[in-house]
Design a protein around this ligand. Sequence first.
Ligand SMILES: [Zn+2]
Length: 173
Amino acid sequence: MALTFDDGYANNLDILPVLADFQAGATFFVLTGGEGETLSHHQPRHVPLMGRRGWRTLHDAGFEVAAHGHSHRRLTELSVAEQEQEIAGSIQTLRETLGVASVGYAYPYGAMDPSSHLLAKEYSEYACATRYRNPLKEDRWRLRRINISAADEGRRFGLKTGTPFRLLCDLGC
Ligand SMILES: [Zn+2]
């Protein structure tokens, strides 16, 4: 199992002591555009994106910092050239900032099409969808994730992370 956090909110840094308590690794898929800005489509809306200093803090603490695009635009609504800018541009920014050789990628909204899939293969080490409805475990550029949000508390969290749900996902639900 791998823990991942999307978007790169500044308050992602608050989770580091908790991860340390559990000796848990994690990957942070960050947006490389709009440092200090907030995202209009996500809660909490008032939390800014962390930017380069935050990425370095995560990287120096031993966590993986990977790309989530520049602007969180839905790739399936973009031209191939725009998709390439989002994917390759964000990966290149992280390579230059952190001095890492390879970078993973997560499709914003989990939205992908054949061209974004090909571009992810060309530029990234691996790529993740957002939703659990992705049965292709053998494809490293279409890795499945279980989406956990702030609404998934208590019993709901238990259900989404439990074995029956994972088995359903394996069937391609
Ligand atoms: Zn996102």
